[in-house]
Structure formats: structure tokens, C-alpha cells
Design a protein around this ligand. Structure first.
Ligand code: SF4
Ligand code: SF4
Length: 56
């Protein structure tokens, strides 16, 4: 299941962008969003300082 970013928790720090091996995370204004390229690896979940990313 793909990564999902909680819009209420994300502060737009961009830490997760560099962690994704397939560039599936993009900034949408000041918030990160996961696109259809996500391969469900889970790498971004660990890096988020706000625990805003979960696998669903
Ligand atoms: S690491 Fe977390 S807080 Fe930072 S942009 Fe990504 S989802 Fe948002
Ligand atoms: S789960 Fe993996 S592929 Fe999907 S957005 Fe996170 S780092 Fe990228």
C-alpha cells in the first residue's frame, strides 16, 4: 500500500523528498504529496520528523 502524508502534520520540511528512491514525493505548495510512482518501500516513513507519513 502506498505512503500517505497527513496534511495536518506535514510542515513541508522536504526531508522525505530526498529519501524516496523513485522521486514519488513532490511538494504541493508547502506540503509534501505522494504521487502514483510510489513503490511502497517505506523509506520515507522513517525519515519524517513529524511522523506525518504512514503506509496505508
Ligand atoms: S518529512 Fe514529513 S514534515 Fe517533512 S515534508 Fe515530508 S511529510 Fe512533510
Ligand atoms: S514509500 Fe518509498 S516509494 Fe513510496 S513515497 Fe515513500 S520512499 Fe517513496
Amino acid at each position: 500500500m502506498p505512503a500517505v502524508i497527513d496534511k495536518e502534520l506535514c510542515v513541508g520540511c522536504e526531508a522525505c523528498l530526498g529519501e524516496c528512491p523513485v522521486d514519488a514525493i513532490e511538494m504541493n505548495g508547502d506540503m509534501a504529496c505522494v504521487n502514483d510512482s510510489c513503490i511502497d518501500c517505506g523509506a520515507c516513513v522513517e525519515i519524517c520528523p513529524l511522523d506525518a507519513i504512514t503506509m496505508q
